[in-house]
Write a protein that binds this ligand. Structure first.
Ligand code: SF4
Ligand code: SF4
Length: 441
């Protein structure tokens, strides 16, 4: 019987990891469809960003209540990995609570084990209440940032589904530990120390027939690991991918101060060639300005899009959105990710040459959205995982103006003034000091 369980467990583990890694590879390829970008930060800056922002959740604490609730789930998720590790070892070896008993004989981790399981159970119970609070906040409280148009449909379902997964995971943890405790009470399993919460469940279950207790314990054990496999394979399709990508994304944070716009190397080259400097070499790709589709954006922009948690903090702080404009920086990130997924899906179904004649600019993100941006950087400042929606907006806007000459007529006047007068106004540079002469009159 034990060997059958080991075989089923190994097959489930192998299958889950196979599909998970396949999707991870797809996402990696999608991110790499972006163009190259050198990030010039040194490694101490990167590690600091990752430790503070991703690991330490520094930016979350701008909203202390939400941060505290999120922290409970985060710590609970981290510490539950110890019990998960034990399930894996037990699953592959057919042992029972290996971290307590050891593989061969004696008490392995002893009272430390009891302490860890108690912590897992207490944090799981807290997580249960936090999850209910999050469900309430998202579905009944109707915070403005959770009711925007871009969250309708799948994003809303995704957010709710993951909370329900968490409740199921907690349910299975208590079935497993409570069932085990009940079996210890009736003398079927050896004692593993006092687990405060599951002992209560165990006492309640100990009056049931032995077969029922065994069933509940196994249901909890298999239910827990199956939920982990479901969660693992669901993650790459969900906004919850940020659990993993927040770390590399913060590690590759751009070091430039917010608000500093990057020079465009192509413009520098164009200006240099106008003054007789570097010329375009024969066979060199023609200069192209900004981004029309995801393939023109950098890999960092695309990593940003996959890391987006859809929390909407950027949109809640965006002055354009607050004043009723169509722009939502969160939607910019969601559209970028959707576009990558659509391209990847098309190529998978129709081959690498597939094209749907669509582009990110125009078919997913409109001119109206792009033009509403004031480049204030509030979205960048607010983002808890160092994402820059503004960087994508700027690239798309540059393409719109410099490649497609598509800008409102008021802007065109400013552009030609800048070109001819080196200032946004319609005055000749020679007249610039006329006001001094007037002062002398
Ligand atoms: S930079 Fe643009 S998108 Fe970001 S908050 Fe400001 S106006 Fe909104
Ligand atoms: S860009 Fe950042 S702030 Fe905006 S929704 Fe995504 S994770 Fe949240």
């Amino acid at each position: 019987m034990k060997i059958v369980q080991i075989i089923i467990f190994a097959a489930l583990t192998g299958g889950s990891f196979f599909f998970f890694l396949k999707k991870v590879r797809e996402i990696y390829n999608n991110i790499m469809m972006g163009r190259k970008e050198e990030i010039s930060s040194d490694s101490s800056f990167r590690w600091k960003q990752m430790l503070l922002v991703a690991f330490g959740q520094q930016k979350m604490f701008k909203r202390p209540v939400a941060a505290l609730l999120h922290l409970v789930i985060y710590i609970s998720f981290c510490i539950t990995q110890i019990e998960l590790l034990e399930i894996f070892i037990d699953g592959f070896t057919g042992s029972h609570r290996i971290l307590y008993f050891g593989l061969f004989e004696g008490n392995f981790l002893g009272s430390l084990y009891t302490l860890v399981i108690n912590m897992i159970e207490i944090l799981s119970l807290l997580t249960f209440f936090v999850t209910l609070a999050f469900l309430y906040r998202r579905n009944l409280l109707k915070l403005p940032r959770f009711t925007k148009a871009e969250l309708k449909g799948w994003p809303m379902r995704d957010a709710n589904q993951i909370l329900i997964f968490e409740i199921l995971l907690i349910f299975f943890i208590f079935c497993m530990n409570g069932g085990d405790k009940a079996l210890q009470i009736v003398g079927e399993h050896e004692q593993t120390g006092h687990f405060i919460l599951s002992s209560i469940v165990g006492k309640a279950l100990s009056g049931l027939p032995l077969g029922a207790i065994h069933f509940i314990e196994r249901l909890g054990w298999w239910g827990h690991i199956c939920m982990v496999f479901v969660f693992m394979n669901y993650l790459p399709y969900s906004k919850h991918l940020h659990i993993a990508l927040a770390f590399p994304n913060t590690y590759f944070s751009r070091p430039e101060p917010k608000g500093e716009m990057k020079n465009m190397p192509n413009i520098q080259k164009e200006v240099a060639s106008m003054f007789g400097g570097a010329q375009t070499e024969e066979g060199e790709e023609p200069m192209y300005f900004g981004a029309k589709d995801v393939t023109d954006l950098s890999w960092k922009n695309l990593l940003d899009a996959y890391t987006c948690t859809e929390c909407g903090r950027c949109t809640a702080a965006c002055p354009a959105n607050l004043t009723g404009k169509k722009l939502s920086p969160r939607k910019i990130m969601m559209d970028t990710r959707d576009r990558m997924e659509d391209i990847a899906k098309g190529k998978k179904e129709h081959g690498p040459e597939f094209t749907d004649n669509k582009t990110l600019l125009g078919d997913y993100i409109t001119k109206e959205e792009l033009r509403a941006c004031t480049t204030c950087n509030a979205c960048v400042e607010e983002c808890p995982v160092n994402i820059s929606p503004l960087s994508i907006i700027l690239e798309l806007r540059r393409n719109l103006i410099m490649e497609q000459s598509d800008s409102p007529s008021e802007w065109n006047t400013i552009f030609s003034n800048l070109e001819n007068n080196q200032a946004p106004w319609q005055f000749s540079p020679q007249d610039r000091l006329n006001w001094v002469a007037e002062l002398n009159d």
